[in-house]
Ligand binder design. Sequence first.
Ligand SMILES: [Zn+2]
Length: 462
Amino acid sequence: MNNEEKVTCGALHGLTLVTMDETRRIIKNAGILWEDDRIKMIGSSTEIIKFAEERNIESQDCSGKIAFPGLVNTHTHLYQNLLKGLGTDTALESWWHKVIAPAGIHLKHSHLAAAVAGGAIEAVRSGVTTIVDYMQVHPIPNLSDSEITVMRDIGVRLVYGRGFRTTGRDSGFPAELIEQTQNVFSDVLRLKERFEKPDQMTNIWLAPAGAWALSLESLQETSEFSRQYDIPVMMHMYETDTDEIVCRKKYNTSALDYFINSGLLTNRLLAVHCVKTGEEEFKMFQKYGVQVSHNPVSNMYLASGVAPVPKMHQAGLTVSLGTDGAASNNCNDLLEVIKTTALLQKVHLIDPLAMTAQRVLEMATIDAAKCIGMEKEIGSLEVGKKADFFIVNPYRCARMCPVHDPVASLVYSGGNRAVEKVMINGRVVLNNGNFVKVDEEKVLVDEQQKANELVVQAGYFS
Ligand SMILES: [Zn+2]
């Protein structure tokens, strides 16, 4: 165990705190003090220094630096980290068959562990402290365990979506990646038992792939299981017109009616993408309390379209941000997603006010926390909440200097180089720009080796 792990309390002062609390306070010349996993005090630098001194707690001078609540990436597929660049210039449907399925069949524990470590490192460098990962493919038993163990070791908060699909044989989808719902449910209960702890570093969710991947019966069973055990669900919805086309063809109904009939629409659902949505969908989402994850870089990469996010906001929906997998992005950088979210809506609606810097930062912090039911624990800098935050040092990063408005600076000029320190659950994960518990270069070398191995096994270049 190194020194950083032993530290259970600490303080920082001289900061600008972007709290994202109820009144969105930005406090200058301020400090933050944590004990164990929680924020114990927020105050002026003088107050923090005095309080820390009295209790013999070390307080570090952070003059000129800015603290933000940890960002929450509400949608990615970390295993796809090994596939970066392979989906170049393809559309969603062929991308699945050409890129994802061949790799999915051959995925082993060692591949997944390498992909997850690389993806987590990349995410933390962009200020992410919580990742909602949608692990789609399970060609061998207990694959999930490798991912969750790696995330716990690195110290990144994880909402793990145990992905599955139950149909697809008739359209040539590999049988190795099709599962029975009852097996998936047992696995979910096993994972909850093994990994969900009071520290809330790991939460297990259900992740049915999409309307095109499950029969109505399977989805109904999933909804019932979710209700019975109070397990939230994440699902790809309305990414393209496919949901609508499939539901019309298979069930002679609209996608919306299919979702309603399946019992899926509840406040336990995080609907991912929602590009092809309108007033009818918003009304039902609002009625049932459904949350949304918006993934603009992926939607642009796969040319899926522009999700009507301002209209979702007007309808009262809570919308968060996701990178989506590295095979359709091609990275796990949430700062890039934040900037893209604002710019895309502005140019799409020809309105510079369509998405403000403040609004988009809310989506990546407090609104994201609401989307995963953790708004009482994370998403803002407030006393009593988890000590999940990151420190930005503009003097490490020319593109961020000078700073006048810290929110605008992060959203439009922010970059990984500026992220100097990342705290998760009261533990320092990144310090002075270096990872505390992992050798970053070793992780990346391993990631490259495992990626090389996987692409050969999957036959990409044969
Ligand atoms: Zn996805």
